[in-house]
Structure formats: C-alpha cells, structure tokens
Write a new protein. Structure first.
Length: 255
C-alpha cells in the first residue's frame, strides 16, 4: 500500500470567547483528524489528503472545513466535542431528506483517540449560501422567499416524540415530556439572567407562566415536530437551478 500523505492547512481557529474546554479541543483536533485518516476510519480512501479549516463565526460550536481526497474529490466536515450534537443533526437531516433537499451525510464518527466528540463527513456543496447569493428584493422576486416558507412548513410535517433537545441515542425523542417543561427549563435561565441584571421585574414570572400555560393548551391538538431553530439565509444553499438546500439545524423537537 502506498504511503499516506496528509497536508493540513492551518489549524481550527481559537477565539477569546470560547470556553477553555473548547479551546483545548481545537488545539488537539488536528492530531485526531490525522489519526482518523491514518487508521483508515475516514470513509473515503486514497494516498493523499488535504485538510483545510474554515474560520469560525461568533457562537460557532463546531470545527468545520473540507477534506480533499486524491486530486479532486472534496468533502465537508464538522466536528463537535458535544457528543450527540452531530448524531442528532444527521438524524434530523435524514428524516427531512424524504421531503426536502439536504446534503448527503456519509458518516458520523465517534472520536476518542486524542479528543472526545463526534466528526461528521458530508457532501461538498459547490454553491453559495442564500445570504451570499441574492439580496432580499431578488429573493422575493425570484420566488425563493416563498419556497423557503413552503420548505419550512414541510419540515414541520415530520413528527417526533417528546420535547426539547434530542436524547442521546434516541435522536427523534425529546428530553422533556411536555412543551411546558421544555419552555420552563429554557426560560428559567434566561429570565433569571434578565431579572438579575435589573432588565425585568421579578413580577414578570407570573405573566410568563400564564402565557406558557395558555400556549400549551392551544397546542395540545398536534404532535411535536422536528424543528430547525436556525432557519436563515446563512444555512440555506442555492444551486444553479435556484433550488434550496437546507443545512446546519440547531436540533430541537417542539411545536
């Protein structure tokens, strides 16, 4: 077998706002990627690989980049130290792929040699995102805005069980048993932060609880659905035929 050549261009970016755990994960990730390729765990085999890392937006939770295998085969990858995040993304995209267009996912690997987390390998999309392709007026005139709404409505037709973040190992089952549990847990931290900062009065908690109760009763008729929670032009690719491809969900099961 020919000797494997690996070229890694740059390193996963590290920003001051990242947690110490995330920074440590990123410092060591290139060694993990090299080990994955050298031991044959990467799903596409060749004797030459080039790994390129992308810059990270504020709040970004994943390392992203591309792997060029051989002379021209190109694949997108993303990795997270949060076990279950990419498994959930794979499950959601696979479920949606029956009714909308999503990138093909080739593998989700559990990594643990140098760092612990997940690595997802997916189709390389040679297109621009909607945010970088068309201004708002052209999106409306071309019908893409209408298509976005239709696509999102179709995505919400895919039903699941439970509410909130997907359970580890049961990606189509939510952590909470009810919508009110899910919202109360989310609001507990956010309301507490705003109240402690003096931006909201303590008395608002009663109003919030009554609103949650009212919304919960009005939603009892329908099962919870797979929700994207980050559906925006940055997470939608547009191909040459002006068809849209949905990527990068912030996976949640809700109504």
């Amino acid at each position: 077998m020919s000797q494997i050549s690996i070229i890694q261009i740059g390193f996963p970016p590290i920003e001051p706002w990242m947690s110490l755990e995330e920074q440590e994960f990123r410092k060591k990730f290139s060694l993990e990627m090299e080990w994955i390729i050298m031991t044959g765990r990467f799903p596409f085999k060749d004797c030459a690989y080039r790994v390129e890392y992308f810059s990270t937006s504020v709040g970004g939770e994943c390392i992203t980049g591309k792997v060029v295998v051989g002379k021209q085969l190109c694949y997108f990858f993303k990795s997270s130290r949060v076990v279950g995040m990419l498994s959930s993304e794979y499950a959601f995209l696979k479920a949606w792929s029956k009714i909308i267009r999503t990138p093909e996912i080739y593998a989700v690997l559990q990594i643990s040699h140098v760092v612990t987390g997940e690595l997802m390998i997916e189709e390389w999309l040679p297109f621009h995102t909607l945010a970088n392709n068309l201004p708002i007026r052209q999106r409306i005139a071309s019908g893409i805005s209408f298509n976005m709404g239709h696509t999102l409505a179709n995505m919400h037709k895919v039903k699941a069980e439970g509410f909130g973040r997907p359970q580890l190992g049961q990606e189509l089952v939510g952590t909470f048993s009810s919508f009110s549990e899910e919202i109360n847990e989310a609001m507990k931290h956010r309301l507490g932060l705003l109240i402690n900062e003096g931006l909201l009065p303590l008395s608002i908690c009663g109003d919030v609880n009554r609103a949650i109760e009212h919304v919960t009763k009005s939603l009892d008729y329908d099962k919870p659905a797979l929700t994207h929670c980050d559906f925006k032009p940055d997470n939608i690719f547009v191909d040459d035929k002006m068809s849209i491809i949905v990527i990068d969900p912030n996976c949640r099961i809700s109504q």
